[in-house]
Design a protein around this ligand. Structure first.
Ligand SMILES: Nc1ccn([C@@H]2O[C@H](COP(=O)(O)OP(=O)(O)OP(=O)(O)O)[C@@H](O)[C@H]2O)c(=O)n1
Ligand SMILES: C[C@](O)(CO)[C@H](O)COP(=O)(O)O
Length: 231
């Protein structure tokens, strides 16, 4: 990464957290004294190359504006959309930097060293994503609750976030993918469909996405470990 390169980050935070089965959206659940979203935003703002953050929030969200961080001049917000990709695209309309980083609000356990590594690779034409190697043996189900076959785990990765891309190609790729109706669950999927080959940057497996109830306590532990290791 060129030493002066700066980035805008987009943080999709407009989900309802169905799988979390919590009384409020998971990005606002309490984690180590703050909300999940505040930790995620703080992780990004702690990096000198992150100049601005655009947060996509839900249409009914009246919590974000009450967070102390919402007053930070580097942070602005847009309304999200029906799917994660729509939320990201809404935020991308406000991005003017050459490169953009997209990071899930539900991933607070982001280590600065991983962010450094991603930003160093993300300024190439095809972009880059943080990813962690699959460790378990992987099975494909037959749709009826049994194993169809075992999937080779050679060079098989979990796609994580942040994901970093040139802004204009990403915006175009997302529009194109959404118009084709293909399910897009991360930004790299849209870029791949548009013919790009994003780089895989190996990151920590504890950069988990808080998705199910058991993830919150795990995230609290991982976040504490990461913050202690960075002081
Ligand atoms: N329409 C949506 C859906 C999701 N997200 C965000 O995308 C990230 C990853 O999505 P996911 O973990 O699936 O969050 P939810 O959609 O809230 O979870 P669920 O699928 O269990 O409802 C989250 O930070 C979520 O807030 C978003 O901005 N807009
Ligand atoms: C973007 C992502 O976190 C990469 O693994 C994942 O695709 C988000 O999926 P979700 O179903 O929206 O949580």
């Amino acid at each position: 990464m060129r030493s002066r390169q700066t980035f805008t980050a987009v943080v999709p935070a407009a989900g309802v957290g169905r799988r979390m089965a919590a009384p409020l959206p998971k990005q606002y659940l309490a984690l180590a004294g703050k909300t999940v979203l505040e930790h995620t935003l703080s992780r990004l703002l702690a990096h000198r190359a992150i100049e601005r953050i655009i947060v996509a929030i839900g249409p009914e969200d009246d919590t974000f504006s009450r967070l102390p961080l919402a007053a930070d001049p580097r942070i602005s917000w847009v309304h999200g959309g029906a799917e994660r990709a729509d939320s990201v695209l809404n935020a991308l309309q406000r991005v003017s930097s050459d490169f953009v980083l997209v990071h899930d609000a539900a991933r607070p356990c982001l280590a600065q060293a991983d962010l450094d590594a991603l930003l160093a690779s993300g300024t190439q034409a095809d972009g880059a994503i943080l990813a962690s190697r699959v460790r378990d043996t992987m099975k494909r189900g037959d749709g009826w609750g049994s194993i169809a076959h075992t999937v080779s785990r050679d060079d098989l990765w979990h796609a994580l976030t942040p994901q970093c891309f040139p802004t204009v190609p990403l915006r175009q790729a997302l529009v194109q993918a959404l118009n084709t109706g293909v399910e897009i669950t991360d930004e790299a999927s849209a870029m791949e469909l548009a013919g790009f080959r994003p780089r895989l940057v190996e990151g920590r497996a504890d950069n988990i996405k808080i998705t199910r109830p058991e993830d919150l306590a795990l995230a609290a532990f991982f976040l504490q470990q990461i913050l202690e290791s960075e002081t």
